[in-house]
Every structure is written in structure tokens, then in C-alpha cells.
Design a protein around this ligand. Structure first.
Ligand code: ADP
Ligand code: MG
Length: 262
């Protein structure tokens, strides 16, 4: 009994609380199963490793700041045939993150850009990578209000940086330069998952500087998958079916409702 208490307090002192808590039960079951010393040790260490993994996962999930939790299995690929399901499924291997390859999702509002980014962010976190979700406006406001290296690290240190909603608001020169710094710092070291409703040819206007825009695109696109999404907004699918709304790009309305989705 004294041995047990001593071992428990030693484990606690080492910060191995879960092992301390389960020590008595594990010793009993090891005796019952006649486990070798090594098998017992490995089983006990497994308890601590598992709880550490769970803790790290929870912390990563909290700090990622994802706006919602939706997975790729929640995504209806039949609704949006312009997205290659097999290609998106391949991304689940997370090889693109290991190789610091970027992913750019282009397309009009409501086609699932944020959904896919968030789903891949969740996959990345489950795969043991750090992730941070933000929008381009938030980055611009954050760094322009007061710049610091610590703030900058928020955008450069996570293995995956998701930048959502690029294109709704042009950036001033200062913010555009900060954005360039982020993309440069992450080049070949961390993945950027970026969503935009503007094609690359419009990015010059977005950064109010053609030279800077070219330099950003040069780094961003060197190792990058680009997914060009076409189609109707999922948010408006019922309105289109009802004939209340017509997609200005495709002309889809109630008459073509069958093609819009269920
Ligand atoms: P975007 O970022 O392209 O504007 P979102 O990803 O925000 O679009 O999608 C808008 C809403 O519609 C979200 O709630 C999203 O989960 C949902 N959604 C979009 N496309 C699909 C789809 N193909 N299957 C299921 N839900 C979808
Ligand atoms: Mg979005």
C-alpha cells in the first residue's frame, strides 16, 4: 500500500495525473492478466498519452477560432457538381499540409467555400496540426490598429492559416503590405487556405497595387491547389426553387429549379 501511495505521489509530482489516478486499477488488472513489467508500463503510459492528445486537440480547436463545425460529410457534392469530390476527399490525407501547399477556393457567395475551409481545418486539427481561422478584414484591422511581432505570429505560426472572405473589401497600402509579409513568411513553411469571390485578375484592385498583388500571387500560387467553384448559392437554393430569386450569373430560377438541387 505504501508503495502504491509513493508511486502515485511521484507520478503526480511529475505532472502525470492520469497515470496516478489509474495506477491502482492498472496494477490490479496487470496482476490478473499476468502482464510483463514492460506491457504494464506501456499500458500505463498509454493512458497519459491518450489524455494529452485529447487535451492538445481541445486546445487547438479552441484557438483555431472556427466560426462553426461542419465536416466534409455534411457537404452535398451533388448540389455543387463543379467541385471535384474525389479531389476534395484526397485532401483529407493532409499531404498538402505536410508539404506546405496552399489551397485557394474561388467562387461566388454561398457555394461552400467557408464550409470546405472549415471542414479541412477540422481535419487538420484532428491530424495534429495547428490551425487559425480569420478573415482578410480582421487581419487588416488587427495589424493596422497596432502592429506587433506577437500579433504577426498569430498569422505566421499556425501550420494552417485559413483566410476567409477575401475580396469583399479592398485593402489600403499598409494592410496590403502586412498581408504580403504574412504570405512571404508562410511561403514553403505553412499552408494558407484562402477563399475569395474575386478571380486573380481582380486582385490588383483589391490591394490597390499591381506590383504587390503580383508578388503576393507569385508566392501564394507557387505551391497551390486552386478550386474554382461555379454554381448557385446554397443559402438561396430554396428561393431559386420558389422562383423568388434568379441567379444573375447562371439565370437559374424556378423554371430550372430541378437543376439547382434538392
Ligand atoms: P461561401 O463561403 O462560399 O459564401 P458557405 O460555405 O458559407 O459559402 O456556405 C453557406 C451555407 O451553405 C453554409 O451554412 C454551408 O454549410 C452551406 N452549404 C454550402 N454549400 C453546401 C453544400 N454543397 N452542401 C451542404 N451545405 C452547403
Ligand atoms: Mg464564406
Amino acid at each position: 500500500m505504501l508503495d502504491l501511495e509513493l508511486a502515485q505521489s511521484q507520478l503526480t509530482e511529475l505532472g502525470l495525473g492520469h497515470m496516478a489516478e489509474l495506477l491502482e486499477a492498472k496494477v490490479s488488472s496487470a496482476t490478473e492478466k499476468d502482464l510483463s513489467y514492460l506491457a504494464f508500463l506501456s499500458e500505463l503510459l498509454g493512458v497519459e498519452i491518450e489524455s494529452k492528445r485529447k487535451r492538445t486537440y481541445e486546445i487547438r480547436l479552441q484557438t483555431a477560432g472556427l466560426p462553426f463545425r461542419k465536416s466534409l460529410s455534411d457537404f452535398d457534392f451533388n448540389f455543387c457538381p463543379s467541385i471535384d469530390k474525389a479531389f476534395i476527399s484526397e485532401l483529407r490525407s493532409l499531404a498538402f499540409i505536410s508539404s506546405a501547399t496552399n489551397l485557394v477556393l474561388l467562387g461566388p457567395p454561398g457555394v461552400g467555400k467557408t464550409h470546405i475551409s472549415v471542414a479541412l481545418g477540422l481535419e487538420a486539427i484532428a491530424g495534429g496540426f495547428s490551425c487559425y481561422f480569420t478573415t482578410l478584414s480582421k487581419i487588416a484591422n488587427d495589424l493596422s490598429s497596432s502592429y506587433s511581432q506577437t500579433k504577426m505570429r498569430k498569422y505566421t505560426s499556425p501550420k494552417v492559416l485559413i483566410i476567409d472572405e477575401m475580396g469583399y473589401r479592398p485593402l489600403d497600402k499598409v494592410a496590403a503590405n502586412y498581408f504580403f509579409d504574412i504570405i512571404s513568411a508562410r511561403y514553403e513553411t505553412g499552408t494558407v487556405i484562402l477563399s475569395s469571390n474575386k478571380g486573380f485578375s481582380k486582385w490588383g484592385d483589391l490591394f490597390s497595387d499591381q506590383v504587390l498583388s503580383t508578388a503576393i500571387l507569385d508566392r501564394l500560387l507557387h505551391h497551390c491547389h486552386v478550386i474554382n467553384i461555379k454554381g448557385n448559392s446554397y443559402r438561396l437554393k430554396d428561393r431559386i426553387k420558389q422562383g423568388i430569386y434568379t441567379n444573375p450569373q447562371t439565370g437559374d430560377n424556378a423554371k430550372k429549379g430541378e437543376e439547382v438541387g434538392q
